[in-house]
Write a protein that binds this ligand. Structure first.
Ligand code: GDP
Ligand code: MN
Length: 402
């Protein structure tokens, strides 16, 4: 799960990392009163789960209440590279003397944690990395070692923090690491980690996190009360929300074939098989979702699942792939028939059963004599049939406009 900036900075603040004072607003009027409270100048920052908001005009400086409100009026309805702005953060504007970049992320290949950092941070950091790769330092934190004060200090020096900044940078690195570890993050990025203050007054200078990006590991949600405080009710996918209410493991994707199976591995293979078939048939058809009914699913779980998939207007065909272990294929077959009776879909449902009670399940399906339900005996054949059907449905849909 990716966090908005206003949520990410909350975690940084809890970890003791300096952030500018800021208030969150969802209307232009609220942004105006927040700006009055924060003081001028302040920064109005559109909250979208994407970087480069500054370049897109969603981060702007306001000098008085009028300007704060008119900027918020412009920023709130924006979308940045397809990501809707959801609220505005009104933050104290700081006098920026220098911008560093620091991130900690999971490095799957070396099975440890990557610290990427450069003394040339800011909005052009990717460009800097391309043109001066030597200015970006890539360091590691070992998964099983302690990362302590001394390590952080060595790292801060290694990264190239300017002499006067090393102590505070080390402290921030240590706190970033604790924040990363304790919140089960996969990414904690601060850009810019800014040196702020009065250029003529050495004692006023310090480091401050002006922008943050944090991604959390969804697999650890159970350890954090489901991260309920970060839930994005306004922009939650309605199908995912419904699936969650029903306790189903569903992820909405952008293809045309609804995929339902038992076991995450089998469902993933089914997604691949559909994408492979779509490529082979040169239609580009892909899966519309991931849905795992889990082990020992009842007819009810199956019919709920099929109900969700059928309610998605982008779905053109359904592929049900069940390998009966604890799950019994006759239960699944009954669930399919229940859902078909309830929703009366006008699209084909391709089924492949194997394992526990497969013969009985197939028998139940064939006795229904429903032409929408098509049976195939292998995963590949079923994926081919579902992909072909989805492409066919699409072609028919387009015919009128050709
Ligand atoms: P991003 O473009 O989505 O990464 O949004 P940021 O929050 O990083 O803002 C973009 C840029 O705006 C930063 O790199 C800073 O240069 C600038 N900026 C953000 N906050 C402040 C601030 O308080 N004072 C000043 N002077 N500049 C800021
Ligand atoms: Mn930034």
């Amino acid at each position: 799960m990716d966090l908005y900036e206003f949520q990410a900075r909350q975690l940084l603040e809890e970890a003791g990392i300096p952030v500018p004072r800021a208030l969150y607003a969802t209307t232009a009027e609220d942004a105006g009163s927040a700006a009055d409270d924060i003081g001028y100048p302040c920064v109005i920052k559109g909250q979208a789960k994407i970087g480069h908001r500054g370049q897109a005009g969603a981060v702007r400086l306001a000098h008085d209440r009028n300007e704060a409100e008119s900027l918020a009026t412009r920023i709130l309805p924006m979308s940045v590279h397809g990501h809707a702005v959801n609220g505005a953060l009104v933050a104290e504007a700081k006098n920026v003397l220098h911008e560093y970049y620091v991130s900690i992320s999971v490095d799957r290949s070396s099975r440890d944690f990557d610290v990427l950092a450069t003394a040339n941070g800011g909005t052009e950091v990717e460009e800097v990395a391309r043109r001066h790769p030597e200015s970006v330092r890539r360091l590691h934190i070992e998964a099983l070692d302690d990362f302590g004060t001394e390590d952080a200090r060595r790292m801060a020096e290694d990264i190239g923090f300017y002499h006067a900044d090393v102590d505070q940078a080390a402290d921030i690195l240590l706190r970033m690491w604790r924040c990363f570890r304790d919140s089960d993050a996969t990414l904690v990025e601060i850009n810019p980690l800014a040196k702020i203050g009065d250029p003529d007054d050495e004692s006023s200078k310090s480091l401050c996190a002006l922008d943050a990006k944090i991604s959390l590991d969804d697999n650890a949600a159970f350890r954090h009360d489901g991260w309920r405080r970060f839930e994005d009710t306004a922009h939650r996918d309605p199908f995912e929300a419904r699936a969650r209410e029903l306790g189903l493991h569903y992820v909405h994707l952008d293809g045309q074939v609804g995929v339902i199976g038992n076991g995450a591995g089998l469902v993933m293979s089914s997604l691949d098989a559909v994408a492979g078939a779509g490529e082979e048939q040169r239609t580009g058809v892909k899966a519309a979702n991931f849905l795992d009914i889990g082990g020992g699913a009842s007819a009810k779980v199956m019919s709920d699942s099929l109900g969700i998939v059928l309610s998605d207007p982008q779905v053109r065909s359904v592929f049900i792939n069940v390998y009966g272990g604890i799950t019994s294929c006759d239960e699944v077959a009954r669930g399919i028939l229940d859902a078909v009776a309830e929703h009366d879909p006008s699209l084909p449902i391709v089924v492949r059963f194997d394992g526990n009670q497969a013969a009985l399940g197939l028998d139940i399906l064939s006795r229904a004599q429903d032409p929408r339900i098509r049976v195939r005996s292998t995963m590949e054949d079923a994926a081919q049939a579902a992909a072909e059907a989805a492409a066919g449905e699409r072609e028919t849909g387009k015919e009128g406009s050709r």
